[in-house]
Design a protein around this ligand. Sequence first.
Ligand SMILES: [Zn+2]
Length: 288
Amino acid sequence: MAPDRIAFGKKTLGNRLKHLKAAPEPCSRLAVAGWQRVLESTVSHVSGSQTMPSNKRLEDLKVFISNRDSRCDACNEALGRHAWIRLEGDGRAICLACADLDHLVFLPSGDAALTRRTRKHSRLSAVVLKWSRARQRYERQGLLVEDKALTQAELECAADAKTRAARREQAAERRAELDQAYIERFASRARELYPGCPEGREQEIAEHACRKYSGRVGRSAAAKALDDDALRLAVMAHIRHAETPYDDLLVRGVERGEARERVSNQAAAVLEEWQRGAGPSTPSTTDP
Ligand SMILES: [Zn+2]
């Protein structure tokens, strides 16, 4: 029987419900109310027609995960708890082997791109549903699909992942270029304003300032950080850390405001010296 030709007519539904209600086996193992809902929705699906429309995808096939011990109505094999079964048109619950679906592989829900692609490639697929006692309804667990289709989809998704990674890399490179340009501008302006700054320090200060704005604020803030006031603050902060015992004071637990106050004269003197362009900096005074 072609899977897209399974009839779910209203008469069949009636028979099946009768079957479910009359016979304790196998329906007692399943939630009858749940089955009923599924059957009704299936019937409304094919309303009037005894067969699925030919343009209807095969994904409309449903496989149920039983919530109790089950036995296949076709081969009579004990399927154990949580068996995967298929409902036949005559109301029988049969195992996937008997339903000719056991060559399919299970793809759990969760990866939308992979699911969409797999479904596209899989000529035959079935929705896997499980009865949720808590929610009193069937919930989709995933799809049964052709192995080949899943592999194909996985390859496509992997290729995508590469593209996405490449795009991220390009963005990072672009960002690095922008940052590099910013650092150069900042450093060269610092050199202009503070000609006495020891060689290489302007680079250090510029890189620190760049790290500060990087990733946090927009380019406007970066541009703002290039004005002379902002630049002076950045140079001052550097001087405190590199040319005064400021860090040592902090390490010793001196409160930040007080530490700044204690080194302020020394820091101001260094700043003035750098501004004047009085040659190389005085030796570090960070020694206590
Ligand atoms: Zn069977």
